[in-house]
Design a protein around this ligand. Structure first.
Ligand SMILES: N[C@@H](CCC(=O)N[C@@H](CS)C(=O)NCC(=O)O)C(=O)O
Length: 251
């Protein structure tokens, strides 16, 4: 028996599987696992229920079967711009992970990478140099070609964000032309994904990965600007139905 990752220990209430197997596990490995589990219980994930980037991390964690203590921050009410949260993350952005030693990590992909390395199974970021590069490539494409357009369309048109057009700040007025351009780019993104998904089941070409999680969060968030992918993109629709049926999508 080989323990892998933090949840192997978490699943056994802190003990190394059943006693008959315990001798297979080195003391060093057990000590490492115990430190990781302790760290997991003491870390805090600052989260926001309706926002797409925090949801990416929640889905990632759900796929891994990892639970960490979470603190909800009200972005619409501006809690992320108040002194208490800025003392935690001066960028005012969610998600933000604070480790048990006080280390603060923002950026959803960096947080996901941290958990991928703590708990490699199931792999969501590739398993070898080639697949890691391809997942990284698709992940960036989805963020740039889909995430930025949907953010521009939303932030430059939503009444609540009239002077909050840039995440984590105030005083940036909305620019309606950016909203219009974001909507047009989002349509192009839908076309791009529909073409891609004609011959692959998941976006990066192998199994379900972080690229699918990011795309799912973007597409679901686009409801906020009432811009769905419509009826003319059957491959995208097939993929969307499939990934939404995964239990993690409810995270
Ligand atoms: N690149 C960052 C983006 C983080 C981001 O923009 N988060 C949004 C929520 S989706 C936020 O914190 N908004 C704060 C605001 O609107 O003031 C990531 O991937 O985590």
């Amino acid at each position: 028996m080989k323990l892998t990752g933090i949840m192997a220990l978490a699943n056994t209430d802190g003990y190394a599987q059943s006693p008959k197997h315990a001798s297979d596990v080195s003391l060093e490995e057990l000590a490492l696992q115990a430190r990781l589990l302790q760290g997991l219980l003491l870390m805090k994930l600052y989260d926001a229920p309706l926002a797409p980037n925090p949801r990416r991390v929640r889905i990632f964690l759900a796929e891994k079967g990892i639970e960490v203590p979470r603190v909800e921050i009200d972005i619409v009410g501006g809690e992320n711009l108040g002194a208490d949260f800025l003392a935690i993350n001066p960028r005012g952005l969610l998600p933000t992970l604070v480790l048990d030693d006080g280390t603060t990590i923002d950026e959803s992909v960096a947080i996901s990478r941290y958990f991928e390395e703590l708990q490699p199974d199931p792999p969501l970021m590739g398993t070898d140099p080639r697949s890691r590069a391809l997942v990284g490539r698709w992940q960036r494409l989805v963020e740039f070609d889909g995430g930025i357009p949907v953010a521009e369309a939303f932030r430059n048109s939503a009444p609540n964000y009239a002077d909050r057009a840039v995440a984590g700040r105030t005083g940036d007025p909305a620019i309606p032309e950016l909203a219009a351009r974001g909507r047009a780019r989002l349509q192009a993104f839908y076309d791009q994904l529909d073409t891609r998904l004609t011959d692959v089941r998941y976006i990066a070409g192998g199994g379900f990965t972080i690229a699918d999680i990011t795309a799912l969060c973007i597409i679901d968030f686009a409801r906020a600007i009432k811009l769905g992918y419509g009826e003319s993109r059957p491959h995208l629709a097939r993929w969307h139905t499939e990934v939404r049926e995964r239990p993690s999508s409810r995270a």
